[in-house]
Design a protein around this ligand. Structure first.
Ligand SMILES: NC(=O)c1ccc[n+]([C@@H]2O[C@H](COP(=O)([O-])OP(=O)(O)OC[C@H]3O[C@@H](n4cnc5c(N)ncnc54)[C@H](OP(=O)(O)O)[C@@H]3O)[C@@H](O)[C@H]2O)c1
Length: 233
């Protein structure tokens, strides 16, 4: 069975994805809350569990240790992320968002690509967001960090040969602890999001909107005049 590591598997989309992929892959689950990871592992019939804080200096080393303990890795999904409503631009929140979503993402993405290039190939999936496509007045670090994730993944795709597949997943609103309550109408469940991600993985998509209706939203966003965009982000 191929090996998959999901970083950010203790909650939300990452946890649902672990449940979707169980049985098809040997799973490695990473995040900071190991009690939750252990519970997810038990739920899916067994998994390797590792405590990784993607912002810590040893994040890449711990990722490598997890890969070694699994005997290699074929698919890496980086689902770790924070997104805080922050209209007052509190520095601690903006800083954490950049640290986890941009720096932490890069730590794991580079470690994964290094592994794939050494072992002859693999598939990297980054969970970006539709928020990457529009500056948010209330969560500016979040939308900017997701634009970073999408551009970084594009860069990795351009530098990689066919053996390294790179998928940029852009969910809309998903009902997880991260999602603000006011967006319920637009939300899908984390299970629906996870099934969309599984389809994108199977098709080796370059960019995937989850659920697919967000592709249309993204096209509309691209042509919307600024005075309307300013009220949406
Ligand atoms: N929910 C949405 O509406 C939505 C929409 C578009 C995109 N997304 C993206 O989807 C991804 C998953 O979010 P979610 O909605 O599933 O939120 P969530 O339920 O809050 O899950 C976030 C995950 O990130 C992990 N994480 C946070 N900080 C970390 C750190 N420093 N090191 C390692 N792991 C860390 C958390 O684990 P620990 O706290 O245990 O470390 C948790 O497993 C994020 O990248 C998010 O930006 C979400």
């Amino acid at each position: 069975m191929p090996n998959t590591i999901i970083v950010g598997a203790s909650s939300g989309i990452g946890r649902s994805l672990a449940r979707e992929l169980a049985g098809e892959y040997d799973l490695g689950l990473a995040a900071r809350r190991t009690d939750r990871l252990t519970a997810v592992g038990e739920d899916v019939g067994g998994a390797h569990v590792a405590r990784i804080d993607v912002t810590a200096d040893d994040a890449r080393e711990r990722f490598d240790d997890l890969v070694d303990s699994m005997g290699g890795v074929d698919l890496v999904v980086v689902s770790s992320g924070v997104g805080r409503h922050n209209p007052g631009l509190e520095w601690a929140d903006e800083r954490d968002t950049v640290d986890v979503n941009a720096r932490g993402f890069t730590a794991i993405a580079t470690a994964a690509v290094e592994r794939f290039e050494r072992s002859g190939g693999g598939h990297l999936v980054g969970i970006s967001s539709v928020a990457a496509e529009i500056g948010s007045p209330t969560m500016p670090a979040y939308s900017a960090s997701k634009a970073y994730v999408s551009r970084y993944l594009e860069g990795l795709r351009y530098r990689s040969d066919d053996d390294v597949v790179v998928t940029d997943v852009r969910p809309g609103y998903v009902d997880t602890p991260m999602s603000p309550e006011t967006d319920r109408f637009w939300e899908c469940s984390p299970e629906t999001a996870a099934r969309g991600i599984v389809r994108a993985i199977a098709k080796e998509k370059e960019v995937a909107y989850v659920p697919r209706r967000w592709w249309l939203v993204s096209k509309l966003l691209a042509v919307l005049p600024d005075r309307y965009r300013a009220n949406l982000g």
